[in-house]
Write a protein that binds this ligand. Structure first.
Ligand code: BG6
Ligand code: MG
Length: 214
């Protein structure tokens, strides 16, 4: 086997929360009269909540915002976002994702999550993957957001497997950069794959079962 472990990003790889993130940020931005569109939204993939807010505020033209106000805006977005997450269920875990995870595990690979999201435990519970992964490294245990490699390096440490033996799976360019900065190879999906950011740029997550064989 070419790898001992696979570290998965969550949003946009294991489940499709992108639209929920977009709608919640859009409502917050509209309320503040800040222009916000899907192009700006693409820059938020993999980026922490507070760093995402700073990117959105690049287009803000009003009086300076205090740290308290910024925290309140981020909270407003997160409250709206969590309302959408509450509607999620195991039906939101696609067959191809679950079958691929099970196939990789049956091949003897250790499986981990490496996500910037502080909502990771809640999302995993909603989609029925609570307790499924051998390690969960998320926004609650890091100090630096992707493209910093911290979240993936922590996942490898939790697994007790050297970074070079871990494959990262990502849909964000910032996430692919984070994997590479951690000395890992990266298989990309979605936006990151379209940008050619990965060592492999996949059309389907099912391709992983061949990639890990080398
Ligand atoms: C990442 C998403 O997984 O998590 C980003 O791609 C998001 O868009 C980030 O900003 C932080 O998420 P949360 O749930 O902690 O606000
Ligand atoms: Mg993602």
């Amino acid at each position: 086997m070419k790898f001992q472990a696979v570290i998965f990003d969550l949003d946009g790889v294991i489940c499709f929360t992108d639209e929920y993130h977009y709608r919640a940020w859009k409502a917050m931005a509209d309320g503040m009269g800040i222009p916000f569109d899907r192009e700006i939204n693409n820059r938020l993939r993999g980026v922490s909540r507070m760093d995402s807010l700073e990117i959105i505020l690049e287009k803000y033209e009003g009086p300076a915002l205090s740290e308290e106000k910024k925290a309140a805006l981020a909270r407003q977005k997160n409250d709206l976002y969590r309302e959408s997450l509450r509607e999620m269920s195991p039906r939101d875990l696609s067959g191809e994702v679950k079958e691929t995870l099970d196939a990789l595990r049956a091949m003897g690979l250790r499986l981990a999550i490496g996500s910037s999201s502080k909502n990771t435990p809640f999302i995993l519970k909603q989609i029925g993957l609570d307790g499924y992964f051998d390690a969960v490294s998320d926004g609650n245990c890091i100090t630096r957001s992707k493209p910093d490699p911290e979240v993936f390096v922590k996942a490898a440490e939790m697994l007790g497997i050297p970074c070079v033996d871990c494959l990262v799976v990502e849909d964000a360019v910032s996430g692919a950069e984070a994997g590479h900065a951690g000395g890992m190879q990266v298989a990309c999906l979605g936006d990151a794959a379209l940008n050619g950011a990965g060592d492999w740029n996949m059309k389907s997550i099912r391709e992983l079962t061949d990639i890990v064989k080398g």
